[in-house]
Design a protein around this ligand. Structure first.
Ligand SMILES: *Cc1c(COP(=O)(O)O)cnc(C)c1O
Length: 366
């Protein structure tokens, strides 16, 4: 029933090792394979996923593929460390980094058109132009029209990478929508128990897949065998966890939108979300993240975070337990994100317990 955890940095020489496993553990170990193959199947990919030591290691490997002199288009709002990594790429190379509002398909197309000629790909940089999308975005829950943007990007010689962490492959299949690369922070829903940090990259094109793998081989940002095993165990309950947390999130979002203590609530499943129709068309679930701005500003947001008893005041998301966080407590978060915005990661607890706790805390605070 369970794959063994192989703890070995090196292997006795053998000829029949699949994909380089069974040589040296930085280049691959059989303990990664069940997770890589399962995630590849879930995303409907041609090739297995490539497991990395963190979501940022996975993102970094993809950002590193842009050709010198090439173009990198990034969302104005996205996971803060990814945006920082993209900015660093621009600072230390002649890659042009352009920040866009990904909810505005026309603006992304304009950015591609105005960027000038793209260079010829090289083995060290096989992607002359890359549009990085995150949908829904962390933490603003903005959506990119992945199909329209993929078509527009391809027409201009650009590839599209989608950070699919928030949706998971159960709610969104970027390859079916035309994307070329998928990135995951497996730390979140895929592993699902707040006990490992891991990432993954999927690429449809064999050459890009090979180049990502080379980044992992050379960069060495690999996963340990225990972490890979835990992530695979997490995947077994992904469907149950996502089903429950999405249901919980929708119920809570609907109740919160009628609560007098709440100034603004955002969830792709609410009709009030400006891109609800796109979410309904492009996704098969609305995810399990809600953002909430209480009346009373930052002080109320902090007080609410301190007042909850079942919800965990903590960073990160996608675990079985519900947590919440005021994102602007991090200096690296985009200044356009409101100071009082709380990101709620809804877990799999009893929804009435979650609601009681939030309602009590809101009454106490606002
Ligand atoms: C957490 C997160 C990342 C970074 O992943 P780590 O596993 O923390 O390195 C990237 N993208 C999104 C959307 C995330 O939520």
């Amino acid at each position: 029933m369970n794959e063994p955890v192989v703890l070995s940095s090196t292997y006795v020489n053998r000829q029949d090792a699949p994909r380089g496993e069974g040589l040296y553990a930085r280049l691959g170990t059989e303990t990664w394979l069940p997770f890589e193959e399962t995630l590849g199947t879930l995303e409907g990919a041609r090739h297995p996923a490539l497991l990395f030591g963190s979501g940022m290691a996975a993102a970094g490997a993809v950002l590193d593929l842009v050709t010198p002199g090439g173009l990198l288009v990034v969302p104005r709002h996205a996971y803060h460390a990814v945006l920082l990594a993209a900015r660093r790429v621009g600072e230390r190379s002649d890659v042009r980094v352009v920040s866009v509002d990904i909810t505005d398909t026309g603006a992304v197309v304009t950015a591609l058109e105005e960027s000038g000629p793209v260079p010829v790909p090289t083995p060290s940089g096989p992607i002359p132009a890359l549009v990085w999308l995150e949908s829904p975005t962390n933490p603003t829950l903005e959506l990119a029209d992945i199909a329209a943007l993929s078509e527009a990007a391809h027409a201009r010689g650009a590839l599209v990478a989608v950070d699919n962490t928030f949706a998971t492959p159960l709610a969104q299949r970027p390859f079916a929508l035309g994307a070329d690369i998928i990135v995951h922070s497996a730390t979140k829903y895929l592993a699902g128990h707040s006990d490992v940090v891991l990432g993954a990259v999927l690429a449809e094109d064999a050459e890009i897949h090979r180049a990502v793998r080379e980044r992992r081989d050379i960069g060495g940002a690999i996963a340990g065998p225990w972490e890979a095993w835990l992530a695979q165990r997490g995947l077994r309950t992904l469907a149950l966890r996502v089903e429950r947390s999405q249901l919980n999130a929708l119920v809570l979002a609907q109740r919160l939108q009628d609560h007098p203590g709440v100034a603004e609530i955002r969830h792709p499943g609410l009709r009030s979300h400006p891109q609800h129709d796109l979410a309904a068309a492009q996704m098969s679930g609305f995810g399990s993240i809600i953002t909430l701005r209480p009346h009373g500003g930052q002080a109320a947001a902090d007080a609410l975070t301190a007042a909850v008893r079942l919800w965990v005041p903590a960073t990160s998301l996608g675990g079985v337990e519900s947590s919440l966080e005021r994102r602007r407590r991090f200096a690296t978060e985009a200044p356009t994100i409101p100071e009082d915005l709380l990101r709620l990661s809804v877990g799999i607890e009893d929804v009435e317990d979650l609601w009681d706790d939030l309602k009590t805390a809101l009454e106490f605070v606002v």
